[in-house]
Design a protein around this ligand. Structure first.
Ligand SMILES: [Zn+2]
Length: 199
């Protein structure tokens, strides 16, 4: 029978996304067996992260400085804002590296089930930025789930009031390398509706 301290640790680990009780037990045991090599460096890194990593008050990214290094980068085009749900999405765009504008992390998507309404998202902040930075294009890069789509509509509605602002969203359709006969109905019909003239 595990002592209460070990139990507490297993409990904390099992709260991490994607981990069930069994994985939490395995990780906890691994850490305790390898204190020097795994547990101590982890404790140290977690402490550092806790002390140094903060939220950017402009875009919602996480960094060691506020405004974050992306917001402070004068080479980026501040007239274009790419709206994402989560910091992980921002990382994806940055990893690929073709986007040279600014980001705005919305903080999720609207969901009655999870109690996320418009006030829980950073829509107001986005609107303030559009005004302040004289933004000319907002690109909505939200999920194509029902919640993501609803959120896109709500945000687009709110942005309608700005003159000289173009609001776009990422194209939806056939994935690169995808075969037509494997596609689900929704993907295929959306791809059909958003077909592009090529000749
Ligand atoms: Zn930022």
């Amino acid at each position: 029978m595990a002592s209460s301290e070990i139990d507490k640790l297993i409990n904390e680990v099992s709260k991490l996304p994607g981990l069930g009780r069994r994985s939490a037990q395995r990780i906890t045991l691994y850490l305790l067996k390898n204190k020097e090599r795994s547990l101590m460096p982890l404790v140290h890194t977690l402490n550092e992260a806790n002390e140094k990593i903060i939220n950017c008050k402009v875009c919602g990214n996480i960094d060691m400085i506020d405004p974050c290094s992306l917001c402070q980068n004068t080479k980026r085009d501040e007239k274009t804002i790419l709206v994402v749900e989560d910091v992980a999405d921002l990382w994806t765009f940055e990893r690929i590296g073709f986007f040279r504008g600014m980001y705005h992390v919305l903080g999720g998507s609207l969901s009655a089930m999870n109690g996320i309404g418009t006030d829980q998202l950073t829509i107001k902040k986005l609107m303030q930025r559009i005004e302040k930075q004289q933004v000319t294009e907002v690109i909505l890069a939200l999920s194509t789930t029902m919640e993501g789509q609803t959120t896109s509509h709500v945000v687009a509605d709110k942005l309608e009031q700005f003159d000289n602002l173009t609001v776009t969203r990422l194209a939806q359709g056939i994935p690169i390398g995808g075969e037509v006969h494997f596609l689900d109905e929704n993907t295929l019909s959306t791809a059909f509706q958003s077909r592009k003239k090529i000749v």
